[in-house]
Ligand binder design. Structure first.
Ligand code: ARG
Length: 585
């Protein structure tokens, strides 16, 4: 019997058909099937209550009618009960659990089954997007880590994903920077660590322009020269951006990130005139004190708070380039969806942007992609204040990741003193970065995120080390039996999960599909983290209760199957979060 990957979805459609069979007003019935509290079963349909209320019928009677109309494939696969005021509870039969486990047996298989949700869609994910001439600091971590996880999950759900690094490579800061470069550059420093030197020049240019109006004026002229295409200034600008991108790539390599395109603000320079023209023609934009702005009369704040898309001095800005960016993504990439990942402080900007884009695209009959601003909270230290170095400076991301690795090395050395130094270094490199990624991903992204080394690099609690350790432990089970990881030694037939721990683990495994669906719908990776953490917990419970390497071949086979699928789901899930995994720890 073929068993669908997403059982909740399958129940949903079965109930829809049953509604037709049972003579309900099917169009008005939403089954609303979700994962149930394990005490009540695996899934619960909640939709009967609303339907019965609206139709002034007895909800229990409606539920009974629906259950009676379910096809045999469903009634044989589950224990079905009507509970309380009219919930329908579904508990998977052990044979159905076995069939699911047997069938969903490889990463490709999981992917191709998850891929129906966004099949054929193109999504642009705009994340990381630091400004050039400065190093990435801890505040840049969240966008990079969250954006990568979302990209992977969208891809897993069937979308073609274009990872777009919308770097801040244009703007007034370049006048001061070029001024400082011309007057104060240190050739040697530039050759050995260019990004460090550009950052120094950036700060120096800023300070000098603040202190001295003559410098400010010279910097302004450098900017004008750059904007009018002066060859020397353009060459300096290019050098700055190249050095910055190279430094960023060093971080991206550690995080496993590769962008498909890097189309920063400068790319849209020659594309803003069209935006001014089209928005003015559509009467969406108006002149206000010399600037070109958009108001949204239907919005409580934006009816008076303007969206400034061209400044009074004629210069473009963040709004104009982002409008041009939206158009480019819609027309050039044919995006069905756009996700932009930044911190919550840009919420107004993107709300105004999206309101404007919707009206503009409607006026021009451009196809409108789904628009999502994925926000996240601030990163703070344990004192609740912005995270800083001991002397009050911002923490550079490359130093932070190096410290993570050093702390992971200490943890691994303490726990696994028997491994060689080389092995421990390799493990620490994975655990260190994964700990930082996972600490970020495992929280609801809307919350502020408290950066706490001791909690994050630990084998206890919902941490990367705990999950990576669970994976390594399953590898060692197979190793000890002389089997390749996930190999069922020809005993694949197996029998249905039997003991309470076997069943609890199997029930958790089949819910992987729901976790993926939830992240795909909400763009919140912490739901997948929570799922994997709970799965690792079920595995621990199973492993403590039920011995795998027993003599009885049937028992051994069904326990090995659970080990193999736990490994598959854990590795797939951690990979979707952007984490690397280990086979030994
Ligand atoms: N460079 C911006 C910053 O550092 C983020 C850009 C996000 N993407 C966008 N299309 N505006 O805040």
């Amino acid at each position: 019997m073929p068993v669908p990957f997403n059982l909740a979805d399958a129940l949903d459609s079965a109930l829809q058909s049953a509604a037709v069979q049972a003579g309900l007003e099917a169009a008005a019935f939403v089954p609303d099937v979700r994962t149930a509290d394990p005490r009540h079963g695996d899934y619960q349909a909640n939709g009967v209550l609303a339907y019965a209320k609206a139709h002034k019928q007895n909800p229990r009677a409606v539920a009974e009618k629906l259950v009676a109309a379910l096809p045999a494939g469903v009634t044989e696969g589950y224990v079905i009960t009507v509970a309380g005021p009219g919930f329908i509870n579904f508990t998977l039969q052990p044979a159905t659990l076995l069939a699911w486990l047997r069938m969903h047996d490889s990463k490709d298989h999981l992917r191709s089954n998850a891929a129906s949700a966004r099949h054929g869609q193109t999504w642009v994910v705009d994340y990381s997007a630091p400004n050039t001439a400065k190093q990435m600091h801890v505040g840049h971590l969240r966008s990079a880590v969250i954006g990568e996880a979302i990209s992977r999950i969208l891809e897993f759900s069937g979308a073609k994903v274009i990872r777009d690094n919308h770097i801040g490579d244009w703007g007034t800061q370049f006048g001061k920077l070029i001024w400082a470069y011309k007057h104060h550059r240190d050739e040697q420093a530039l050759a050995s660590d260019p990004i460090e030197e550009f950052e120094r020049l950036y700060q120096m240019g800023n300070a000098a322009a603040d202190a001295n109006p003559a410098v400010l004026e010279q910097a302004r002229q450098e900017l004008v020269r750059l904007q009018s295409g002066d060859a020397t200034n353009l060459a300096i600008w290019r050098q700055i951006n190249e050095a910055s991108l190279q430094a960023f790539q060093g971080i991206y390599d550690l995080l496993g990130i590769r962008f498909d395109v890097t189309l920063g603000e400068s790319f849209y320079n020659d594309k803003v005139d069209r935006v001014y023209r089209e928005l003015s023609d559509a009467r969406l934009a108006e002149e206000s004190q010399g600037a070109l702005v958009v108001f949204h009369p239907e919005h409580p704040r934006f009816k008076t708070q303007p969206f400034i898309m061209r400044k009074a001095d004629g210069a473009s800005n963040y709004a104009s380039t982002d409008l041009a960016t939206a158009l480019y993504r819609a027309l050039h990439f044919h995006a069905d969806g756009i996700v932009i990942v930044t911190d919550f402080r840009q919420a107004d900007h993107f709300e105004q942007l999206f309101l404007t884009v919707r009206k503009w695209f409607a006026a021009k009959s451009y196809r409108l992609p789904a628009l999502h601003h994925v926000t996240f909270g601030a990163v703070t230290g344990e004192d609740g204040k912005a995270l800083r170095t001991r002397d009050g400076g911002t923490i550079k991301l490359k130093e932070l990741l190096a410290e993570a690795e050093a702390r992971a090395y200490a943890l691994v050395s303490e726990r696994s003193a028997d491994l060689t130094e080389e092995e421990r270094r390799k493990i620490a490199a994975v655990v260190g970065v994964a700990s930082v990624q996972y600490a970020d991903l495992s929280q609801n992204r809307s919350s502020d995120y408290v950066f706490a080394w001791d909690k994050m690099i630990s084998l206890e609690g919902n941490t990367a080390a705990y999950l990576l350790y669970a994976v390594a432990r399953i590898h060692s089970i197979f190793r000890k039996l002389g089997l390749a990881a996930g190999d069922l030694a020809g005993e694949a037939a197996g029998t249905p999960p039997e003991t309470p721990a076997e069943q609890a683990l199997a029930r958790k495994l089949v819910k992987f599909a729901d976790a993926i669906r939830l992240v795909n719908d909400t763009l919140r990776p912490h739901f997948l983290c929570l799922y994997l953490y709970e799965l690792a917990g079920e595995f621990s419970g199973f492993y403590a209760a039920d011995k795998v390497a027993v003599d009885d071949p049937a028992v051994r086979a069904r326990r090995l199957l659970l080990c193999a699928r736990t490994l598959l789901v854990m590795e797939t899930g951690l990979g979707l979060l952007g984490l690397r995994t280990l086979t030994r720890m």
